[in-house]
Ligand binder design. Sequence first.
Ligand SMILES: Cc1cc2nc3c(=O)[nH]c(=O)nc-3n(C[C@H](O)[C@H](O)[C@H](O)COP(=O)(O)OP(=O)(O)OC[C@H]3O[C@@H](n4cnc5c(N)ncnc54)[C@H](O)[C@@H]3O)c2cc1C
Length: 313
Amino acid sequence: MNARDNTIAHSQEAPERHQPKLYHDLLTPAETQAVRNEVRQFADEHVAPVAWEIGHREESVDNFPRELFRKMADAGLFRIPFSAAVGGRGLLFPACATAAMIEELAYHSNSVAAVVDVHCILAGHALEHASSELQRRYLTPLLAGDRIGSFATTEPDASTDLNVKAIRTFANRDAEGYVVNGRKRFITNAPVADFVVLLCAEQGRMTEIVVDLDARGVRVGAPDKKMGNHGQLTADIYFEDVHVPAKDVIGATGGGLKIALQTLTYGRIGIAASGVGMAQATFDHSVWRSGTRLTWPPSSRATAYRSSAAMAS
Ligand SMILES: Cc1cc2nc3c(=O)[nH]c(=O)nc-3n(C[C@H](O)[C@H](O)[C@H](O)COP(=O)(O)OP(=O)(O)OC[C@H]3O[C@@H](n4cnc5c(N)ncnc54)[C@H](O)[C@@H]3O)c2cc1C
């Protein structure tokens, strides 16, 4: 959670933005700078006013920031990470632009940044490996914001160590495709998502498949109650004899771990960018607080400014 998500700034005017003064954009592509400016303007206008509420409401399906999700889709933000071939913006440096987008969203709300990180970077990028038919069904509506995506690798006993022997979500072959049984844990967007990109064990290998969350045999648990980031809903997903056609496998059968790890690597860029955005917000609010707190004597204020300088470096 950041300063706004947390408590400090919701009732105060916005502090000065120090990021442009702290480092120069000499090596940043002009394209990335343009995306940063665009998303900053969007976030100042649409995320900042609702960030405190999103960060503080208890987790529930009704409290998912749907209106803001729609606005982000309409502004074309979900197209930023993707190539023109799949309906994205076709940027030259999509990873840089995606990191700048996440940073700017996280500046006001890490919850919102996390929702976008999983929807676009995890579910979306995994679908880049899918057949054009699967992309038409899932990736095109994901980019348009018409379907919400989630991505599941974690299980009660398998997460950091994605070992096929530890994975307990099985996809067993039947005449038409696969029958899925198992349980995934902590899945972001699950309570509101339309589909999940799912890592399964299949004949001693790992395979990624797409499963509609309204399919027979799928059940999503109640949203987890967390200490922060309340706008990012996570929940368990249960699969009981869920029939999935063979054509809903992403990429090659048995190639799931490679796709999952490539996707998670991109996802980590997003998580790191969220951290940068939150750190910038914390810094700006600290400087603002040091400069406006009237009760401090000048000597304390000087100490506070020295601490701010240390934070900046
Ligand atoms: C808010 C939130 C959202 C999430 N969203 C998603 C999502 O959308 N999709 C999804 O699939 N998952 C999601 N996760 C799960 C997340 O990816 C896992 O929490 C993460 O992978 C760590 O797994 P764990 O919590 O089970 O910790 P563990 O794997 O139990 O690890 C706990 C600690 O033990 C260490 N450790 C683990 N294994 C070893 C080992 N073999 N040797 C030495 N040290 C080890 C780890 O480094 C860590 O420090 C989410 C989690 C959170 C909190």
